[in-house]
Design a protein around this ligand. Structure first.
Ligand code: MIG
Length: 781
């Protein structure tokens, strides 16, 4: 379509290009005929910051319609770096094309709208692919039909050539990370994925192409340098990460625009910082959200769920939250309470509150079709539900039976949905868990042409699907913020790039199988690299029956996952920590206690995430991206930059092969010193998860408590390790937005081999009752 480059013009930070053949060839927008700007006339390269460049071809004539980048919403949430904005420094043209320079990057735009990116030393970061694409052997229609008989439906997929596409070169050493919530391993190279929010309850395998969330963002770690590409097209997109051919990857879509952000950096951290600057950073949550959460689908009565709270106390298990799954609703109608089985909602919740336990309730999008049901009636009166192309309200089936789907892309619907939250707020609920918002449906998927609203215009389901959960979470977040003034706690199953501004997430319906415990590590780490820092898996596994050993090992991973929630499906083996006998109960207590000790450390990481975008839970490669040994490491992870966790994720294993990157480390349990860049075997009986702490570290801790609000003399413990180190500790009220107005303290802490100096840096909140320095076991060795 774009052939020979004819010319260009500069407008501020944008450069527009004129091509021969602009209006010829394949029309990428057959689905939505072009009006204003046919076939990407005058594609554009725009400098967003010194290290971010947008590449854009306006195929549908609608301009950028990003739902991930919302500069206004992003203001309050990232402070220091908001000032950063780039400038186009120079534009020049020679035979290779038009060269655009910023302070950090060079883009060269040539024929066929090929864009190459270099750092400012002339080192190529990412080049358009120029070779021949590989065609795989075609299969005859007859053979295809034959194969389909045994269920090989996807056999015979041939070369993926998409109306909207970008094909870029891969170097041999390149590793690919990110892509949000995907199955499989940390490094996504050689695999193929789709971005289409999908509820598929089958046990997820490495070869699944899509799960509930679509975050079309990839990071490429090169032998030297790193970059990211955010393909901001929220229709169904395809990410062939070197499956079709070894030397290139393909980003494709059937509709929407070619609209991607290139982020260049020296290392992965630069790319994560820039991506989260571009799409917004996960803000601080309330402190209690970092506590332990207990949940289950199928606590059928008020007595049963009360028994869970009592069980926590009886077994001396710290707990901050119990989740109310769909069982609490009247006939699965959202914003109602089942008075028969769950009695007086306000009473249970306030009794829980007296025990120091918060309630989070599930809310699905599907609204039951029922005359006189207020949510349905209000929505019908105002035209708030999605419609068929013929203008009828669209009905499909979900939990309540026939249900209709709120049109969350309409700002009025979001406001309404936000106001509906008052029902929960008034009951004393502390947060909302959004499920089924892919949206999922029982009578087949929603057809592509169901009509939704995209802010100020109608848009089909095919374009609104991937941002449905995002918009629902946004509505929920904004409603809670207005109603409570506190940091809204929203957990979502489906989302899109940028959703981290509004919501935390969990990975949906995993199973109680070892493969899924193993998968949890790369899955959560890649979500963190994709902006979603506050995430967790269902500890113990959702579907299938958990075993005592699996539970013990899973709680050891959950302990370090940002969202630490035990959850299981109706009909599976009971899965509270006391269901597996004394040994497993005491292992659970040990790790839940450890979690409560680590709260101030994890809280610091949550603050760091809001400031810099760095995820709380991280793959080793984020910290050590020059270390070949960690580029494909799936079975270890880090919590921040100084705690390394090497959990056992194999059934029967009582040893773990541990790798530590460069530097000096200390065994958390024994204090033993280990030099990094080495592998060794650590004994790991069932009650032991190998943990290593970096030399010079200061780890802020709290005394164990039964819930975060419990008074423990307001004591902060600074656990120190041999070596030299500095650390910044952050403290605020853990609840509202006062910290955006300076209501916080920071402490700069210097550790000189156990001699500790604490200096208050920012003084905007009350002091701790007491700060105590404790030397870790490493000093005794
Ligand atoms: O189709 O609300 O992923 O966590 O317990 C099942 C019942 C619907 C799916 C969620 C799961 C939740 C369950 N839900």
């Amino acid at each position: 379509m774009f052939e020979k480059l004819k010319g260009y013009r500069v407008e501020g930070n944008k450069v527009y290009f004129q091509y021969e053949g602009e209006n010829t060839g394949k029309n990428p927008c057959e689905k939505n005929p072009c009006e204003k700007n046919p076939c990407g006339k005058e594609p554009c390269v725009e400098v967003i910051s010194d290290s971010i460049i947008n590449v854009f071809a306006d195929y549908n004539g609608l301009g950028h319609r990003s739902r991930a980048i919302e500069w206004d919403a992003q203001k309050g949430n990232d402070t220091s770096e908001n000032a950063k904005s780039g400038k186009l420094e120079t534009v020049s043209q020679d035979e290779s094309g038009v060269t655009i320079k910023t302070k950090k990057l060079t883009a060269v735009v040539g024929d066929n709208f090929r864009v190459d990116f270099y750092d400012n030393n002339g080192m190529p970061l990412s080049l358009a692919f120029r070779g021949e694409r590989k065609e795989r052997p075609a299969i005859s229609p007859m053979m295809l039909a034959f194969l389909a008989k045994e269920g090989h439906a996807s056999a015979g997929s041939i070369l993926g050539d998409y109306p909207v596409q970008e094909v870029r070169a891969l170097d041999d050493a390149d590793c690919i990370y990110g892509l949000g919530d995907k199955t499989g391993f940390l490094n996504k190279r050689h695999y193929m994925y789709e971005m289409w929010n999908t509820d598929n309850p089958n046990p997820q395998e490495d070869n699944f192409k899509a799960l509930y969330k679509s975050i079309p963002f990839m990071l490429v770690l090169k032998e030297k340098g790193a970059y990211g590409i955010f393909f901001d097209n929220h229709s169904k997109t395809y990410f062939d990460m070197g499956k079709e051919g070894e030397e290139y990857y393909v980003l494709g879509a059937e509709e929407g625009n070619l609209d991607y952000y290139f982020i260049g950096g020296e290392g992965l951290k630069d790319v994560v910082a820039d991506y989260t600057w571009l799409t917004g950073r996960a803000p601080m949550q309330q402190l209690w959200t970092l506590g332990f959460h207990q949940s289950r689908w199928g606590y059928e009565t008020e007595e049963e769920i009360r028994g869970i709270a009592e069980g926590m106390k009886k077994h001396e298990l710290p707990c901050d939250c119990i989740h109310f799954d769909i069982d609490y609703m009247d006939s699965f109608k959202v914003f109602t309470w089942n008075k028969e089985t769950y009695k007086d909602g306000g009473k249970v919740i306030s009794d829980f509150k007296d025990m120091g336990i918060k309630a989070v309730t599930i809310i699905d999008p599907g609204v039951k079709v029922e005359k006189d049901y207020y949510v349905y009636e209000e929505g019908m009166e105002n035209g708030y539900f999605a419609k068929t192309p013929e203008g009828e309200v669209y009905v499909n089936e979900v939990w309540p039976g026939d249900a209709v789907f709120p049109d969350f892309g309409n700002p009025k619907v979001r406001t309404w949905w936000g106001e509906k939250q008052k029902y929960l707020v008034d009951l004393g609920v502390a947060g909302v868990w959004n499920d089924m918002n892919e949206p999922a449906s029982f009578r087949g998927p929603l057809p592509d042409d169901i009509v939704f609203t995209d802010e100020d215009m109608a848009a089909p389901h095919s374009q609104m699907h991937n941002i449905y959960g995002h918009n629902m979470a946004k509505a929920t977040y904004e409603g809670w913020k207005k109603l409570t003034g506190k940091r809204p706690f929203v957990i979502t199953r489906a989302c899109y790039g940028g959703s981290q501004k509004y919501t935390t997430g969990w990975t949906g319906d995993n199973h109680s199988i070892w493969a899924h415990l193993r998968m949890a590590i790369p899955q959560l780490c890649n979500m963190g690299l994709s902006g979603m820092s506050f995430v967790g898996t269902d500890v113990g596994g959702f579907g299938s029956d958990c075993t005592p050993e699996l539970f013990a090992r899973w709680i050891q991973v959950g302990c370090f996952s940002p969202l630490f929630r035990d959850h299981a499906a109706k009909g599976t083996r009971m899965q509270e920590p006391w269901q597996f006998g004394e040994e497993i109960l005491s292992i659970s207590r040990k790790y839940i206690n450890l979690r409560y000790e680590l709260l101030p450390y994890i809280y610091d990481l949550m603050h760091e995430c809001e400031m810099s975008g760095m995820p709380m839970m991280r793959p080793l490669v984020l910290e050590y991206d020059k270390d070949e040994n960690v580029k494909n490491r799936n079975d270890e992870f880090m919590l921040g930059d100084r705690i390394l966790v090497a959990p056992v994720v194999e059934q029967g294993a009582r040893e773990k092969l541990v790798y530590l990157p460069e530097g000096t480390w200390y065994d958390y349990w024994t204090g033993e010193k280990v030099e990094g860049k080495s592998s060794f075997i650590r004994k790991a009986p069932l009650d032991l998860c190998p943990i290593y702490v970096k030399a010079g570290a200061v780890i802020p801790k709290y005394p164990v408590r039964m819930h975060v609000g419990e008074d423990k003399d307001d004591l902060l413990i600074l656990e120190v390790y041999p070596g030299e180190g500095t650390y910044t500790h952050y403290q605020d009220n853990g609840e509202n937005f006062d910290y955006h107005q300076g209501g916080f303290n920071t402490y700069e802490i210097h550790n000189h081999d156990g001699q500790v100096e604490v200096k208050k840096q920012h003084d905007g909140y009350r002091d701790y009752g007491k700060i105590e320095v404790r030397k870790s076991a490493a000093f005794e060795k």
